[in-house]
Design a protein around this ligand. Structure first.
Ligand SMILES: [Zn+2]
Length: 95
């Protein structure tokens, strides 16, 4: 899976203060450029806070409408395990 490295990378990192802005902007570019990205999902882990667990992990957001991470009421703030994951067009089409 091509995004495994990305997953590991993101989970090992503390989020930069502009994590949401940077990541969503990058995915937005990916949607425009070759159009291979359909949107973003919020991926949580078992260690994620309850605020993150409450997010529907199957919901696909446009980068402009995705919940801002870290979530406002997240107790872990920058070290929270919730991340944005790109949703590829082929994933959506499989449904
Ligand atoms: Zn959180």
């Amino acid at each position: 899976m091509a995004f495994d490295w990305l997953n590991k990378f993101q989970k090992a990192q503390t989020k930069a203060p502009n994590y949401a802005e940077k990541t969503l902007a990058a995915y937005k570019l990916g949607m425009k450029a070759k159009g291979s990205i359909a949107g973003v999902r919020v991926a949580t882990s078992p260690q994620s806070c309850s605020a993150a667990q409450a997010i529907d992990a199957t919901e696909i957001y446009h980068p402009d409408e995705a919940p801002h991470l870290p979530l406002a009421d997240c107790p872990h703030a920058q070290t929270c395990q919730c991340v944005y994951r790109p949703v590829m067009k082929y994933e959506v089409e499989e449904k």
